[in-house]
Design a protein around this ligand. Structure first.
Ligand code: SAM
Length: 213
């Protein structure tokens, strides 16, 4: 068996023992964030924790000026493949057992696997062709000037791993995202918010008395 991420059985939903290296497609991002691609043409967009998503690659071909940011961009394409393949296997084998998962969009674990594979394949090809679109680093610091981007997206990172990432980490990360975004309003995926409201514990990322969020 691979050394991919492991399920934590007592948790509700798909809870992993670490941040996984999986990527979603442009279409999935548009659905999560309710993006209108035509309205974004010519705009600068930062995809924080972009990972092996194909959002950056697919968006740039549509004239949206996307920069992706993730710690894995310090790795070679081969090293990234070595890490993301086992995570895809783990999640593929586990996801069908999760009773809270809704299948109206993905239809089946097999179809979801195909989409994830498609995303990482497009990503890898673009990562080799346009390395300048992929900046390596880690929240809670972003290596960009104030107000550098029209829009900043975070998909499946903040609020998705609240057992491992503290309130302080989330707070500092969101302030940093606001700093680099014109108008200062981060877009966290709809699902991140649902995960937060459904599963967060009082001691986790959004603690009591935290009006900033
Ligand atoms: C589940 S993936 C999400 C990928 C992509 N956003 C998507 O929805 O398809 C989570 C990503 O968070 C990245 N990550 C882990 N720690 C991070 C940090 N401190 N700052 C930014 N990204 C981080 C991982 O490398 C991984 O690519």
């Amino acid at each position: 068996m691979s050394n991919g991420a492991k399920l934590i059985p007592q948790k509700r939903g798909l809870q992993l023992d670490r941040v996984v290296l999986l990527g979603r497609t442009f279409d999935e991002y548009c659905r999560y964030f309710l993006l209108e691609p035509e309205e974004l043409a010519g705009k600068t967009v930062l995809d924080v924790a972009g990972g092996v998503s194909s959002f950056c690659a697919e968006a740039n071909t549509r004239g949206i000026r996307v920069t992706s940011f993730d710690p894995i961009y310090s790795l070679t394409p081969e090293e990234i493949v070595e890490r993301c393949e086992p995570d895809l296997d783990s999640v593929y084998h586990a996801i069908g057992q999760v009773p809270t998962y809704r299948w109206d969009y993905y239809k089946s674990p097999e179809h979801m696997r195909k989409l994830r594979k498609r995303a990482s394949t497009i990503f890898l090809s673009d990562y080799k062709a346009h390395p300048q679109h992929y900046i390596s680093g880690e929240l809670p610091r972003l290596p960009f000037e104030n107000s550098s981007f029209d829009l900043t997206l975070v998909s499946y990172f903040l609020f998705a791993y609240q057992d491992y990432l503290s309130y302080e980490f989330h707070h500092a990360s969101i302030l940093e995202i606001m700093r680099v975004t014109r108008g200062g309003s981060p877009h966290l995926s709809d699902r991140d918010f649902r995960s937060t409201t459904q599963q967060i514990s009082p001691s986790a990322a959004i603690g009591p008395g935290s009006p900033e969020f």
